[in-house]
Design a protein around this ligand. Sequence first.
Ligand code: WTA
Length: 639
Amino acid sequence: MSSFHRINSLQDYKNTYQKSIENPEAFWDEIAKTFTWKKPYTQILDWNFKEPNIQWFADGQLNITENCLDRHLETKGNQIALIFEPNDPNTEVRKYTYQQLHQEVMNFAQVLLNQGIKKGDRVCIYMGMVPELTIAVLACARIGAIHSVIFGGFSAQSITDRLIDAEAEFIITQDAAYRGNKTIPLKSVIDDALIQCSFVKRVIVLTHANEPVSMIKDRDVWWEAELEKVGNANVPAETMNAEDPLFILYTSGSTGKPKGVVHTSGGYMVWANYTFEQVFQYQPEEVHFCTADIGWITGHSYIVYGPLLAGGTTLMFEGIPTYPDAGRFWDIVQKHKVNILYTAPTAIRSLMTNGTEIFNGKDLSSLRVLGTVGEPINEEAWNWYHDNVGKSNCPIVDTWWQTETGGVLISNLAGVTPSRPAWATLPLPGIQPILVDENGKENSEINIETGYVHGNLCIKFPWPGMLRTTYGDHERCRTNYFATYENLYFTGDGAYRDSDGNYRITGRVDDVLNVSGHRIGTAEVENAINMHAGVVESAVVGYPHDIKGQGIYAFVICNDHIHDESLVRRDINETITRIIGAIAKADKIQFVSGLPKTRSGKIMRRILRKIAEGETQNLGDTSTLLDPTIVESILANKQ
Ligand code: WTA
């Protein structure tokens, strides 16, 4: 555990928060100086949200892996750092002590060096949830290479786009990954992605599932063979400036292709560690089980970096919650005596459908804290989680944050500040939220009837873990996050606040969908649908979905007479799977003869959204439509 002050009561939270606002530099200095710096910083913060230009601890030097690994060796060398629970519960669990993980990371770091990978090079990692994924991430950080992990569910085309955007010449992958009863041929997807990427120099392939792979001469090498060559390596941690990029993670926005959010070495480290310890109130030797995939930001911050920075024990699970049956999470909790379980509302809602018999005979008494992330949690799911999993004994932290924020921004602190169903509650120290109206004017007046004020959620002051840029396109970062409202970071979410300063997140107010906790841009899905040969135009909106939170509803215009609608629907979804990945498949596809457009040709999504939500009467003002009869015909054929 780190030696910064741990908040221990609501009053302590209030005092700490106040301090963090009154003098942010002094506040973050107190915390940041408890880390291991190769060269201590003298500058703390330099910023403006105009360009934007954000720098924390800028003249300090460090390496995050020294903070994740080396600094724990003396006192925790034999403590378990990483537990791997395989997809098949009958195969072997693997455990790594800090000592072992440190050695494995150095060995693989040497492999990376031997391949010619240098500080600043971008390395794309496309793997399943195996311990080597964590090792690969940390080995990149060890030598100062910038990792960009791509979730194993993305298609070859998505990988190609990311490789080109990140100018990544190196790839780490594995033969195949297990997910439930499926085997996913990751290397073969990479091979497809590389057809268009001749600039890729090296692919390192881990053997995991013993699946056949095609190894291309002079390009592909085996992880194991390269590892054998290095033996026990001693790779000192590369010296990084605090503002040197640590990783790129691609995420969807409301326009265009996914953008590469860039996080830096110093600020991200401080934020990941600080938020992990404060939010979960992590205690020494506790087992932390975050069910996310490392392909998403939640896995970066709360499977890899947060827990290891804190000297904790982190559990990685390869499989899915329903394999071999819907009791798998509870088996894992019992087997590894999990103390903290951090998952998504979608998982909770889908497990709820299996009833509570599944808990019979399962010992969940090790659980101390439950967490939720990724999408708004409805009260029913919150209560089920609280009563059946937490046995009414565990605080639930509802953690609101984003890929761009690096770590949690708004959440209660487990057992320290009150939890409240469906409310993320209070901002972390250093976070200054503000609710604004469409024009950027602050909404501060509480509605007397509801007791809340509502608005678009922005943050008005920087925090160490925030994104610095979007890779290769700083202007895109500015227009996406800092140009909507002057001098504010715009989150894209709407929120309520009550008179005590608690926040309830209501979801995205832009054209980003949140499907099963996965961020998907409507523009991306439309582009994919429009690739299908028969499609002229499409419009995609979200609609409320019982399990997924949001489902994808596509309105599609085709150029020919459709003989069999279900076949075309199937093929459109196959196209989406090819272009993006199966996570972006449309739940509903409605064929239409036209889309509701204004005279200037803009699609009125507001109307489509209402139709998708099941509204038939109050569609709002349709008088500006070029052809109002379109709406009637869409309504008449609703899916
Ligand atoms: C949503 C995931 C309500 C939100 C860490 C945000 C949430 C988007 C919550 C970011 C929460 C995340 N309550 N909504 N506790 N947490 N969100 O980048 O809309 O994958 O903007 O980061 O998820 O998704 P991302």
